[in-house]
Design a protein around this ligand. Structure first.
Ligand code: ZN
Ligand code: ZN
Ligand code: ZN
Length: 363
């Protein structure tokens, strides 16, 4: 809270209004329900914070360490009026990026003369640098995802003959079995679908001699995991081995480049250059990575145009991919932590192409 107030002062923000999204739990440990009833922390730069919360949600709030005063509102009260009163004459306001537009519009009508910015302006660079407890949570989440990835690359997750949707559900169950409280996604793209980075797993049945991109993650103790491994069902043809070799080199080079002080876009540039030199330049169609924490995607983004330098405590994915439309594709993704000792991957499962269910093993 001290760091938040300092940054508010620096940016000239008079009050921070936090509703849905990760800023509120990051600051207070309490996560607002995505309801039509308003939950909002009003944090004036010069005054104590108040958490305005629907009375029926109040029992879920833990008033830890007097971080804020709890102000439950009953069904017939007007929570927007309540927030407006707490804001008072303060004019420069920052509101949670994920606040329902209905509440923002009402607040803007009740607080004429206010100037508005997204709360991420204040919180995002602070949230991007993980403290010890956050790093420990990210390690646990990544280790749990790693155990599932290890099962996948060892051929323990049946692929051939099942639909993508079935494999996706299987990966999800394994994420929970390994300790995640929630499955966030489990992309399974097989055959030509492996060339679509965010393919929605469907009814396509996985066949022999196919690339299968599996990208999955969940939430464990509030923090997210995210890992991608690519499997090949049977003996991969030389052209796929070539593609995969280039990808593997690009991913490793990008991790190596992710040193404290290096601009984010340079890490992306390193991966891109290796893939270009390998002859697949136009087929790497997304950024190299994204930050991760309470949210699956948050700052820092490893993308051209982001010249912010990496700091110790930044946690992010390094996930280049190569996609040949309607044919096949591959991606390798690890979560990496930037530190003064160099980049540390939190995922440790082998990056070698997982050759599973070869004719001999699956007959
Ligand atoms: Zn993605
Ligand atoms: Zn992913
Ligand atoms: Zn990712």
């Amino acid at each position: 809270m001290t760091r938040v107030r300092a940054r508010m002062e620096e940016l000239g923000v008079d009050a921070l209004l936090l509703s849905l999204g990760a800023d509120l739990p990051w600051l207070t440990g309490y996560q607002a329900m995505p309801l039509e009833r308003l939950t909002m922390l009003v944090l004036p730069v010069d005054h104590d914070a108040t958490l305005v919360v629907p009375a029926l949600e109040a029992p879920r709030v833990e008033e830890g360490d007097g971080l804020f005063v709890l102000r439950p509102w009953s069904e017939t009260e007007d929570p927007v009026a309540l927030v407006s009163r707490l804001v008072g004459g303060r004019r420069r306001l920052a509101v949670s990026d994920r606040t329902w537009a209905t509440f923002v519009l009402e607040l803007q009508a009740r607080l004429p003369g206010g100037t508005w910015s997204p709360s991420s302006l204040v919180t995002s660079p602070l949230r991007a640098v993980k403290d010890g407890a956050e790093v420990a949570a990210l390690r646990r989440a990544s280790a749990a995802a790693d155990r599932v990835a290890a099962q996948l690359v060892a051929g323990e997750v049946a692929l051939v003959g099942r639909t993508e949707a079935e494999v996706s559900a299987d990966l999800g169950r394994r994420l929970v079995a390994e300790g995640h409280q929630k499955v966030n996604f489990a992309i399974v793209g097989s055959g030509p679908n492996s060339a679509s980075p965010h393919h929605e797993p469907g009814r396509r049945r996985i066949g022999p001699a196919e690339a299968v991109v599996c990208d999955f993650g969940g939430t464990l103790d509030g923090y997210c995991s995210d890992i991608t491994r690519t499997a090949f069902t049977g003996e991969p043809p030389p052209q796929f081995r070539d593609l995969y070799g280039v990808l593997q080199a690009a991913q490793a080079a990008a991790v190596e480049a992710a040193q404290v002080g290096t601009p984010c876009e340079d890490v992306d540039g390193v991966a891109r250059r290796v893939i270009e030199q390998g002859g697949y330049g136009p087929h790497f169609i997304h950024r190299t990575g994204h930050g991760i924490g309470l949210e699956e995607h948050e700052d820092p983004y490893l993308v051209a145009g982001n010249c912010e330098p990496l700091c110790a405590g930044h946690a992010f994915s390094v996930e280049p991919g190569i996609y040949l439309s309607n044919r096949w594709g591959a991606r390798i993704e690890d979560i990496v932590l930037a530190g003064d000792e160099g980049p540390e991957p939190l995922n440790c499962v082998s990056h070698d192409l997982a050759i599973v269910e070869t004719a001999a093993s699956s007959s």
